[in-house]
Design a protein around this ligand. Structure first.
Ligand code: FAD
Length: 389
């Protein structure tokens, strides 16, 4: 935080004092949301009707926007952009996301940005290890093609040529895909009109890049804020198109983790948020790669174009093809007030033994919420068993 406080003092008068107060208020929201709301299954309105939660709800600032909250406290455009930026991934302009979500600033800036050594895959590998220790059999690269339904229950699922009998199913793949493709029509809770009316979080353009030399001037996390946040936000949410002057993020994990690149090499990851449902071709991707590359080279003062030995792009079409992601989204549903808590697609299904978890249901997008979602469903299933015993 020290460096950030110095930066905020440079950007405006009493910047660091204002930042501390802002993060103190964000912590209040974080504490309330995690204790009172985060693990609610969102199946009954009465979940929200406990007195403490109601009293605390007032402090969550759900009717004030992030933009308004930030603008009231900070006068410099740079400070405002830094604090509004995380919200860009939540699925709406900062002017339409409830100030509740400034809790993300608290998480980023106070609790810290954590990196699992070995990269994100290390997290999945660790979860698999724990599950296997508990006797779980894990199938990978195995697409579920069909639910076999009898008397309102899924009797078995089909994976490749195998048919596996089932007792309880927790579907963590894209909710829309499971509901509209695997669940028979008469057991769907939502129709295509419902799904079409949902506001989605953005997709993104990613480039995985290997460089055969070190790129000085890059940190592990690098945010390129050198263009207008508002203009880019509008090109994602209001007038969906490829952005004129995008903001983007570059991760250089090889600056801190020796396992992700050979010595003297750099492992880079470029990420630019974009709208879902826009044209996605290799030529457009390449145009934006060059644009980002130029800005990184300019900023770092290091030219490395000629040292790129690996390059792979990933965007909307890949999310849809590889993950069955609805409209090629990368971050699930937008976190607008109308799509929060009990207003999200339900974790329960009309099929007796089917349950949903993951980023399109409660509590929402992000790895911690997606994991919490699994915990919420597991508790709900255990509760059902207790009732029947
Ligand atoms: C580039 C990027 C950066 C991100 N950075 C962060 C971050 O820093 N911090 C953070 O908290 N969150 C981050 N997120 C968001 C986070 O990754 C997601 O919110 C989270 O992974 C969602 O988890 P999930 O289980 O709902 O879905 P997923 O992780 O998409 O998992 C669903 C799985 O279901 C599988 N599947 C789909 N259909 C089938 C089928 N028919 N049969 C079998 N399997 C199927 C898919 O292949 C996939 O593996 C990021 C996301 C992206 C795209």
């Amino acid at each position: 935080m020290k460096g950030l406080e110095v930066l905020f003092d440079q950007m405006e008068k009493d910047g660091s004092t204002k930042l501390k107060k802002f993060l103190k208020d964000a912590k209040v929201k974080y504490d309330i949301a995690t204790v009172d709301f985060m693990e609610n299954p969102g199946v009954k309105w009465s979940e929200l009707l406990n007195l403490r939660a109601l009293k605390n709800a007032v402090k969550l600032d759900v009717f004030k926007s992030v933009e308004k909250d930030v603008a009231k406290r900070f006068s410099s455009q740079k400070a405002r952009a830094i604090l509004n930026f995380p919200v860009l991934f939540l699925g709406e302009m900062p002017s339409r996301i409830p100030s509740l979500y400034t809790l993300m600033n608290y998480v980023d800036l106070e609790l810290g940005t954590w990196y699992p050594e070995g990269g994100m895959n290390a997290l999945s590998a660790a979860l698999v290890k724990i599950a296997q220790k508990e006797g779980v059999e894990v199938y990978t690269n195995s697409e579920i093609k069909k639910f076999n339904v009898k008397a309102g229950k899924i009797e078995s699922i089909e994976i490749g040529n195998d048919s596996i009998p089932t007792e309880e199913i927790i579907a963590s793949a894209d909710y829309h895909f499971v509901e509209q493709n695997l669940v028979p029509k008469e057991f769907r809770r939502y129709d295509s009109k419902y799904w079409n009316s949902r506001k989605l979080a953005p997709s993104c353009l990613i480039y995985y890049v290997g460089v055969s030399k070190k790129v000085s001037g890059l940190l592990h996390h690098n945010l390129f804020f050198d263009e207008d946040l508002n203009a880019h936000g509008k090109e994602i949410y209001e007038n969906p198109k490829w952005p004129e002057k995008p903001l983007f993020y570059v991760c250089a994990p090889s600056t801190t983790d020796k396992t992700v690149a050979p010595e003297g090499y750099e492992n880079l990851f470029f990420l630019m948020p974009i709208a879902t449902e826009i044209e996605d071709t290799e030529a457009i991707r390449e145009k934006y790669f060059q644009l980002m590359l130029n800005r990184v080279e300019k900023h770092t003062g290091t030219s490395f174009t000629d040292s790129i030995i690996y390059k792979r792009s990933y965007a909307i079409n890949d999310f849809a093809k590889d993950y069955n992601a609805y409209k090629g989204n990368a971050y699930g549903l937008a976190n607008t007030l109308r799509q929060t808590a009990n207003l999200k697609p339900k974790i329960t299904s009309k099929l007796k033994n089917l349950h949903y978890c993951g980023q399109l249901t409660v509590p929402g997008p992000g790895i911690p919420p997606a994991l919490i979602s699994g915990k919420v469903v597991a508790k709900q299933i255990l509760k059902n068993y207790e009732k029947t015993v």
